[in-house]
Structures are given as structure tokens and as C-alpha cells.
Design a protein around this ligand. Structure first.
Ligand SMILES: C[S@@+](CC[C@H](N)C(=O)[O-])C[C@H]1O[C@@H](n2cnc3c(N)ncnc32)[C@H](O)[C@@H]1O
Length: 295
């Protein structure tokens, strides 16, 4: 579109895109295959397209800036826009499954960059399925913050596997988070809040953040106030349920049950043919591997 041609999707007064031109279906199925380009590895993510002011070349030079914050299911991008000015030197990205919504966020960032020269250069968005492609975008230990704000609840039990927080997906998130990196979750659905909390608390690599850390974290206040969904909930006087945990060392209890299983196998080996119980270190090891996988 030519510079001086009017774009009807952009508001004349605010110069920002108007949501009504980016109407999308309420939900996309995260288990179905969508067709969009996916980088084959984090080193194939073209930073110069996302952050031209920070990265001029498409090659990531060792030691250069990398994305640190990821807003998973960013929706219309409210949180990212607030974070961009709060952490102007930190690169951040929104990951969104719905194409129209992603398009809206892209236009919103373009408009904000234009209206505020030098600002919003550290924020971008990509259309992708975070349940499938997180390791294509981020290296091990790259991220310091991941956000899961007001994710789709997928109420029916048969659809729980569509939830963006699950014990299995937490293994992937743990992989891309650095030690001390935080996962922030919030929802207005109590049952989903309990689910996300119990997945996080049950995972051996996530630990609670202290009350002091929580109070001092400027991001916590934005979880509701900066997101479009959070604003909707507070307009309607709804309740929210948060769980924020950090990626840390393996939990103590976990250190205990693993050797205990190995010992159990060893004990059975010492007393072969006693009753029904026969076993060996190998059995213990197999059981250990099975439980470690299931955990
Ligand atoms: C209820 S909205 C919340 C949006 C935003 N976080 C907020 O609080 O305003 C959930 C968003 O997650 C997106 N989403 C769901 N599953 C996704 C997935 N697997 N990958 C990326 N985005 C996903 C949906 O398209 C939707 O825009």
C-alpha cells in the first residue's frame, strides 16, 4: 500500500489497527496441522525480520542478543506491548496460533514503531503452534520468562490434551528456560487454575518463588491489567487464579524416590525365589526409567 493511501484497517485517530477488521474464529485446534513456515532450528529464526534495529543480519552472531521472553498464546498482544517499554533492551516474542490475530499484533507493532521512533523495536510476533514448535524457536536455557495468560480452558476431559500446560509440555518448557527463569500462568477458570498449578508443582524441575520475589516482580501486576482477557475479566468483576513458578534444581523428594526404586530392585535380587517377588537392579532401573518418563 502506498504511503499516503488510507488503510481502512487503521484507525485515523490512534493510527493503530482496528480489531474489528481482524475477526477470527474463537478457537483453533492446536492438535490439527496448520500450514505456516517453521524454522528448522533456533539458529534459523531470522532475527533481522523481527528486530531490524537490534539485528541487521539474518545470521545470529554468537554472543548477540537473543529472545528472552515468550508470550505463549499472546492473543492481541497487550502484555507484550506493556513489557516492550518496561524492558526496552530485552527481545520478546508472542506466539499465536490464529492467523488474523497474529496479523493484528504485527500491524499493532508496526504502527507503534512508526508513532514512537526508537521504541517497540524489541517486540515481535510469530504465527505458530507453541505446542509443537517451541524447540524450533529457542535453544536450551535461552528464555528467562514464559507467559501462559488466560489460555483456552478446553473443559472436556477428552480435550485436556489440547491444553498448553501439561506435564509432558512442561518438560519442553523446562528445556528452553534458564535456571531461575519463570513461568507465569493466570486464568479465570478455577479448574484450569488448579490444573496448571498442580502440573507445575508436580514437575520435578519447577519450584515456588518466594513471597518477596513475587512482590518485587513488576511483571506480576501486568498479568491481569495488560492483557485483553484480563481486562475483560476485571470489567466483569471475575476472579483470577495465578501460578508462577521458577525453573530450578530437581526437588528433594525426587532425589529420594529414584534411588529408593533402585534399592528395591537390589533387595529383590538378594532374596531370589522368595514368594512372588523376584527382581534385580535391571528391574529397578526399568521401573525407575518408566516412572521418570511418566513424571
Ligand atoms: C483466551 S486467548 C488469551 C490471549 C492473551 N494471552 C490474553 O490474555 O489476552 C488464548 C490464545 O491462545 C492461542 N493459542 C491456543 N493454543 C495455542 C497454541 N498451541 N499455540 C499458540 N497459540 C495458541 C489462541 O489462539 C488464543 O488467541
Amino acid at each position: 500500500m502506498l504511503e499516503n493511501e488510507e488503510n481502512p484497517c487503521i484507525s485515523k485517530s490512534t493510527r493503530l489497527p482496528r480489531k474489528r477488521f481482524y475477526r477470527a474464529r474463537a478457537h483453533s485446534n492446536p492438535l490439527s496441522d496448520s500450514h505456516f513456515p517453521v524454522p528448522i532450528s533456533p539458529s534459523h529464526v531470522d532475527y533481522s525480520l523481527h528486530y531490524p534495529q537490534f539485528c541487521q543480519s539474518s545470521d545470529i552472531v554468537a554472543g548477540s542478543k537473543k529472545i528472552e521472553f515468550a508470550d505463549i498464546g499472546c492473543g492481541f498482544g497487550g502484555l507484550l506491548i506493556s513489557l516492550a517499554t518496561l524492558f526496552p533492551e530485552t527481545l520478546m516474542i508472542g506466539m499465536e496460533l490464529r492467523d488474523k490475530v497474529t496479523e493484528y499484533v504485527k500491524e499493532r507493532i508496526v504502527a507503534l514503531r512508526k508513532a514512537n521512533p526508537g521504541e517497540y523495536q524489541n517486540v515481535s510476533v510469530v504465527r505458530t503452534n507453541s505446542m509443537k514448535y517451541i524447540p524450533n524457536y529457542f535453544e536450551k536455557g535461552q528464555l528467562s520468562k514464559m507467559f501462559f495468560l488466560f489460555p483456552d480452558p478446553h473443559f472436556k476431559e477428552k480435550n485436556h490434551r489440547r491444553r498448553v500446560i501439561s506435564p509432558h509440555l512442561l518438560d519442553e518448557y523446562a528445556y528452553v528456560l534458564r535456571v531461575g527463569g519463570i513461568i507465569y500462568t493466570i486464568t479465570d477458570v478455577e479448574e484450569l487454575g488448579d490444573w496448571m498449578k498442580s502440573c507445575l508443582e508436580g514437575h520435578c524441575m519447577f519450584e515456588a518463588i518466594t513471597e518477596e520475589e513475587f512482590e518485587a516482580d513488576p511483571v506480576v501486576k501486568l498479568l491481569s491489567s495488560a492483557t485483553e482477557e484480563g481486562q475483560k475479566v476485571s470489567r466483569n468483576g471475575g476472579q483470577t487464579f495465578r501460578a508462577c513458578l521458577k525453573f530450578g534444581r530437581q526437588k528433594k523428594s525426587d532425589h529420594l524416590w529414584r534411588p529408593a526404586i533402585l534399592l528395591m530392585g537390589a533387595k529383590y535380587k538378594l532374596k531370589p525365589n522368595k514368594g512372588q517377588l523376584r527382581g534385580s537392579y535391571k528391574d529397578g532401573l526399568l521401573l525407575y526409567l518408566f516412572l521418570a518418563r511418566a513424571h
